[in-house]
Design a protein around this ligand. Structure first.
Ligand code: NAP
Length: 298
């Protein structure tokens, strides 16, 4: 079935990783998976994935290894740790980190892997859990051009728009730009709904008008209806957007660049975490705005 395709390893089977690995299996790749929570592993084994006991064991059985974990320290743990990919990878193996962290993590990880002859791409994604399930993610890639070109078929098995951004770290730089816009759009969606409904407008009508004019956005289309339905289940966890905004502001500070919109979003998402709602979807920020305004979107 997968005779001419490289053997793939996949580490991190969360909201994003599980459907991405499933896409690869559907396209005929032989995939060896590792995840700490075993329930998610069983689901993929049922789809013909092979299971490994550590990232090291994934590396021993794979030519291309993808990781989709949470943050920079997690990436470095699964790639460079004592049971990490670096311990089992062969010279020439390609590692693709698709989680969101920061350009400096990508650069230092690539340097460590290079010492063992292992190639590295930073290739974070946008498009949410829906894009992961449908194989339509937008993937932004940093690293050596030649390694990017060799990796295009596997990236196309998970995504629809694949963009080469430049040297190592550029994929993460692009993803942080994306998170600046996403976080401000999420605030905008919640704020417009709160403002409009407090003026007596109907929430559904506000969304209909906003999505048919200049204010339209992915957030309004996808998160607006969830806010109205009071569905705060995660496609993208609020805690993850908070960690991304932290990386945005840390990176901007090094550039002496003020980002007032992102700073406000960071504070609001900090309040979401303080309210113990970090595991909810990012649309839960609407509840913080409701508390501040002492009224509800209804
Ligand atoms: P998630 O559902 O919380 O899953 C995170 C996965 O990483 C889990 O499988 C977790 O294993 C694993 N993990 C975390 N730290 C680990 C460590 N130190 N060692 C081994 N495994 C570890 O998160 P997600 O939504 O899939 O997001 C994954 C990445 O994609 C994040 O960087 C996120 O910012 C980014 N992203 C998410 C979305 C989205 O819409 N969800 C969109 C674009 C990008 P356990 O289950 O065992 O804890």
């Amino acid at each position: 079935m997968s005779r001419n395709l490289p053997k793939v390893g996949f580490i991190g089977l969360g909201l994003m990783g599980k459907p991405m690995a499933a896409s690869l299996l559907r396209k005929g790749y032989s995939v060896t998976v590792f995840n700490r929570s075993k329930k998610d592993v069983e689901e993929l084994v049922a789809l013909q994935a092979k299971s490994a006991d550590s990232p090291k064991e994934v590396a021993e059985n794979s030519e291309i290894i993808i990781d989709m974990v949470t943050d920079g320290p997690d990436v470095q743990d699964v790639l460079l740790g004592p049971q990490g990919v670096i311990q089992g990878a062969q010279n020439g193996t390609i590692v693709i980190d698709m989680s969101t962290n920061s350009p400096d993590v990508a650069i230092s990880t690539a340097l460590e892997l290079e010492k063992k002859g292992v190639e590295f791409l930073d290739a974070p994604v946008s498009g949410g859990d829906k894009g992961a399930r449908e194989g339509t993610l937008s993937i932004m890639v940093g690293g050596k051009k030649e390694i990017f070109e060799r990796s295009i078929p596997i990236l196309e098995a998970m995504g629809k728009t694949i963009t080469y951004m430049g040297k190592t770290g550029s994929g993460q730089a692009m993803k942080l730009c994306n998170q600046v816009a996403v976080s401000i759009h999420t605030m905008a969606t919640s704020e417009a709904l709160l403002f409009g409904t407090s003026l007596g407008l109907k929430a559904e009508e506000i969304l209909k008008v906003l999505t048919s004019g200049a204010a339209n956005s992915w957030n309004l289309q996808n998160l607006g209806p969830k806010i109205i339905a009071r569905d705060f289940e995660p496609g993208f966890k609020a805690a993850h957007l908070y960690k991304d905004l932290k990386a945005v502001l840390r990176t901007a500070e090094k550039e002496n660049l003020p980002l007032p919109g992102s700073t406000t979003a960071y504070e609001l998402f900090g309040a979401v975490l303080a309210a113990k709602d970090g595991e909810k979807g990012t649309q839960v920020v609407a509840r913080i705005l409701e508390k501040l305004g002492e009224r509800k979107i209804s």
